[in-house]
Design a protein around this ligand. Structure first.
Ligand code: SF4
Length: 424
């Protein structure tokens, strides 16, 4: 989102802006970095070096770096990579615009929330808050982003209306801690009222919720999900583990029993809900017994979508200061493979159960012989897709169709379309 807002502002200044350019070339390049986990940090540094090379070869005039990595390591990066003209952090990136505006325009004629979408124009991400007040032992996010800051509800609704006017129909609502929305601004959890309002904005076809936290989950959000047909029966809720020992070490404020109860209540309250979770293996304190508990939980919970990763120590976190990262990497990798093998079978069964059903599908793109779309249970980039032979006729990107599912593999679905089944 920061990149999209920045692009809109640069465009308003008269620049021609491209995103994800395959070859660094132009007057100015801006790299938005990520610094949450080791792999992302490495990827960001490699990209900066690649762009420095382009600058040295005269293919670029100026190079700016912004985002989480430079927020966290600005001094170190400045010393190590002096070819970068200027580093900005996660929150002061508008300084780039101000610097350029001084040369071109004193006033920028656009609203703060205006963006140049980098997603297909029928869906967009809407960030409702920034930062996090939780203190999960392994997590560097609060160190980088600071405390939880909710955006005012009116501002979010204005952004949604603006995006609808630009052709967006599906909204991926995101926050580091979705369910905490409103506590700082309104002194109570306001995620349910916010989604209720958003669902009533004309033109909003689907709303999908990402990154809920299990402790004190606001159950009224499920009423909103039941009440509005455009709030997808989908919840992304990172659980990390199930063993009470491990959850305590992780400082997650929930235990095994509460987690089992929460999953049961979510499934009872919203029949058919698809749950996406993230789990972590190899956190300090995870012995064989705790790992067995985790496998048993995954078999029981039957998450429709699940990601897992191996713990790696992050600078400055509680875990780095208080625990020894003592589980060998091979053991972590073995556990990861075992867990994902269990999930793969579950995913295949979940997908196979959809064969024969007719589902509403939004079309994202055409690829080779297929149109590629998603159901309300699939978030872009991370979840399965529905492939429809393009011989079925001409389908419109960003439109909804009724699709009968004819086949499934471990991940994706295949379907056929009823002619004239455009549903919006
Ligand atoms: S709730 Fe999420 S963002 Fe916040 S500290 Fe925990 S893992 Fe990090």
């Amino acid at each position: 989102m920061d990149s999209e807002q920045l692009m809109a502002r640069l465009k308003a200044l008269g620049y021609r802006v491209t995103h994800d350019s395959p070859r660094p070339r132009g007057e100015i390049a801006i790299i938005n970095t990520c610094g949450f986990i080791g792999d992302a940090k490495e990827e960001s540094v490699n990209m900066i070096l690649e762009f420095c090379q382009a600058k040295e070869e005269g293919r670029l005039r100026r190079l700016y770096v912004m985002g989480c990595l430079s927020e966290r390591y600005m001094k170190e990066l400045g010393k190590e990579i002096p070819q970068v003209d200027r580093f900005y952090g996660k929150f002061d990136w508008n300084g780039i615009v101000e610097e350029l505006a001084r040369v071109h325009h004193p006033q920028l004629p656009i609203a703060d929330y205006e963006r140049q979408l980098t997603t297909p124009r029928h869906y967009a991400y809407v960030k409702i808050s920034e930062g996090c007040d939780r203190k999960c032992a392994y997590c560097a996010i609060p160190i980088i982003t600071g405390r939880h800051h909710s955006r005012p509800m009116d501002e979010i609704i204005a952004e949604v209306e603006y995006l609808v006017s630009k052709g967006v129909r599906e909204f991926q609502v995101i926050a580091q801690e979705l369910t905490y929305y409103g506590v700082d601004l309104y002194k109570r959890r306001m995620i349910a009222p916010l989604i209720d309002r958003m669902a009533q904005v004309k033109g909003v076809k689907w709303i999908r919720l990402h990154y809920a936290y299990p402790h004190q989950f606001p159950m009224e959000l499920l009423d909103v999900m039941r009440r509005h047909h455009n709030v997808c029966r989908y919840l992304d809720i990172a659980l990390q583990h199930i063993s009470t020992n491990v959850l305590t070490n992780m400082r997650r404020h929930v235990d095994k029993e509460q987690t089992y109860e929460l999953i049961t209540r979510l499934r009872e309250a919203v029949p058919g809900i698809h749950l996406r979770t993230t789990l972590m293996v190899g956190f300090p304190g995870e012995g064989e017994r705790e790992f067995e508990e985790l496998k048993e939980f995954v078999r029981w919970a039957r998450f429709e979508r699940m990601g897992a990763f191996a713990y790696s120590e992050e600078d400055g976190t509680y875990a780095a200061r208080h625990f020894k990262d003592e589980i060998p990497d091979e053991v972590k990798q073995q556990r990861l493979s075992q867990l994902m093998a269990i999930q793969q079978e579950i995913s295949a069964e979940v997908q196979a159960a959809k064969v024969g059903q007719t589902l509403k599908v939004i079309i994202d793109r055409k690829e080779g012989e297929y149109y590629v779309g998603r159901t309300e249970f699939d978030s872009p980039e991370v979840d399965p897709e529905v492939l429809i032979p393009s011989s079925a006729g001409t389908l419109r990107r960003g439109c909804f169709y009724q699709v009968t599912i004819t086949d499934a593999d471990d991940f994706d679905l295949y379907g056929t379309i009823r002619l004239n089944s455009l549903v919006g």
